[in-house]
Ligand binder design. Sequence first.
Ligand code: PNS
Length: 163
Amino acid sequence: MKVLYPGSFDPITYGHIDVIRRLTCRFPFVHVAVLANPGKQEWFSVRERIDMIRRSLKGLRKVRIDSYEGLLVDYARRLGVSIIVRGLRAVSDFDAEFKMSLANKDMAPRLETLFMLTDKRYAFLSSSLVKEIALYGGRLGSFVPPPVERALRAKVDSLKRIG
Ligand code: PNS
């Protein structure tokens, strides 16, 4: 059975990577998909995000990475996937995830959302936090893999050049 792990991944962090690794131990195939979250301001293009995910998951088998412009339920239907997996960090995640999964269920009744608890090491970690730390030159090594750290540094440099 194939599962779909969607997210904005702007950028991917060790928290996401941990969920993906654990999914590959439980399911025969994991489809990682970059989708737009209109509620968030994106730093990286979809192509850049996919590239960072590819580099970060190098060597991990049974994973496919791509992107979709549109509703998650439409993409799941197109892929023939009936299980969406979302990571849950803390109670603060629950409200938004609860609403999203119920809305998705309303639009696609046969689609189930499974929640996987984030490892406690990454319970505080988010892409937004990582971007903020990068913006002020903080250490990123325990939050994101080296290719993502390099991309973040380059992005901060280019943002500073633009002013
Ligand atoms: O990593 P994120 O930002 O929490 O991921 C959220 C994401 C991208 C999965 C969500 O915003 C999404 O599904 N976007 C696609 C558009 C969509 O289906 N929106 C309706 C959600 S009820």
